[in-house]
Design a binder for this molecule. Structure first.
Ligand code: MRU
Length: 387
């Protein structure tokens, strides 16, 4: 498993790698309050659906551990925790992992047996202790989940690949960042790529730049190089040309992406550009695989039309940050600058995600197994998420 860690935690202390500074600088921010977590998530210093949920859950655990709750009854304690979680939920709206984590945490604190202690601090402390244990459990379980997704996804792809090398290897394309940086470790879509690589079945991984915020070039490229996985970076607009001219030579078998929200019929919200890649994959006869832990599945929403898509500020399109390149061509990582790349007066539309219709998706890989479409062309998650 990768040594890269977006989130460092021990009880009472949470540190989050500032992903806006990557790949040039490795700086961890200490996150000790809900406000700091909200800001980290909203500004995308931490991003990726599972990582957002983990940071929110743990940050509130840290502030509880540090005595932020002054309630004197269990009811006041529950109301206090609820209000902090409801606040954190507003940080980013599209990924469902945060909202699923919040539901789990709220249910956990309500299931604590406080009989006889409803009106004293022993009841409060029992609830706080249950909260902290549950938040730590979310963090701890995530890497295990991703390792299972890696196993299920790599096996499914090798069994269903439309093209392979003579020695049974495949190449894949991925979009955005779904690796150790987006999770507690290993990653989801990138976890499948890691598993293919460690099993000796990966010919090559292609990653997109992922405009506008460059999670592909800043983060995925960094993870792939760090891991020594054979890989190539392309701009988002090069995917069609890649499939048209290099599919046979590279045995490009699939596009593998993560998910921010998979809804009941299988429609999937993920980083903007995912939908375009799904259309291209269909045209070029590639498998289109969504890697999604069950915490990214939302059975309350029927179709993609019900997903709220976050829209972000224009500057993410019209400006870019980077390390300065000297006259000698060397990158000076100690000097980062923000530069404008477009006329600052242009009007901008900047949706952070798009929705890929279930019709274009071949498989949803969860930690509990792979779900494929039934004869009616939709996904049925009942087998993996009992209702
Ligand atoms: O805006 P981001 O960087 O949070 O978007 C991330 C993605 O779209 C990922 O594909 C998704 O959250 C899954 S991460 C395992």
């Amino acid at each position: 498993m990768s040594g890269l860690q977006a989130i460092r935690y021990s009880r009472g202390k949470l540190e989050v790698l500032d992903q806006l500074k990557l790949p040039h600088e490795h700086h961890y921010d200490e996150v000790s309050t809900s406000e700091e977590a909200f800001d980290s998530i909203k500004s995308m210093r931490v991003r990726g659906a599972p990582a957002i949920a983990i940071v929110a859950a743990l940050a509130h655990g840290v502030e509880l551990n540090n005595g932020s709750c002054k309630a004197s009854t269990t009811q006041e304690t529950i109301s206090y925790i609820d209000s902090r979680l409801d606040y954190l939920k507003q940080s980013r709206p599209t990924a469902v992992d945060l909202s699923n984590a919040i539901t789990y945490l709220k249910n956990t604190i309500r299931s604590v047996n406080v009989a006889g202690n409803e009106n004293d601090v022993a009841g409060r402390d029992a609830i706080i202790s249950a909260y902290i244990t549950a938040a730590e459990e979310i963090f701890r379980k995530d890497t295990k989940t991703n390792l299972s997704i890696g196993e299920h996804g790599s096996k499914w792809l090798l069994e269903n690949a439309p093209i392979k090398s003579s020695d049974g290897k495949v190449s894949v394309l991925t979009h955005c960042n779904t690796g150790s940086l987006a999770t507690s470790g290993h990653g989801t879509a990138l976890g499948i790529i890691r598993s293919l690589h460690s099993g000796g079945h990966l010919q090559h991984a292609f990653c997109t730049e992922t405009r506008p915020y460059n999670q592909g070039s800043r983060l995925t490229a960094f993870e792939l190089v760090y891991e020594g996985i054979p890989s190539t970076l392309i701009t988002d607009s090069m995917a069609g040309a890649l499939f048209a001219t290099k599919k046979a030579e590279n045995n490009i078998a699939a596009v593998i992406v993560g998910a921010d929200r998979v809804v009941r019929n299988g429609d999937t919200a993920n980083k903007v550009g995912t939908y375009t890649l799904a259309v291209l994959a269909k045209y070029h006869g590639l498998k289109f695989i969504v890697a999604a832990p069950t915490t990214s599945i939302d059975l309350q929403t029927e179709t993609g039309a019900g997903i709220k898509i976050e829209e972000r500020k224009p500057e993410e399109l019209t400006q870019i940050s980077g390390a300065v390149v000297g006259k000698d061509g060397k990158v000076d990582v100690s000097r980062t600058e923000r530069v404008a790349t477009a006329h600052q007066g242009i009007s901008v539309w900047n949706p952070a995600f798009d929705v890929t219709p279930a019709e274009l998706i071949d498989a949803v890989v969860t930690e509990r197994g792979v779900v494929v479409k039934g004869t009616d062309g939709t996904f049925d998650f009942k087998g993996i998420i009992p209702e």
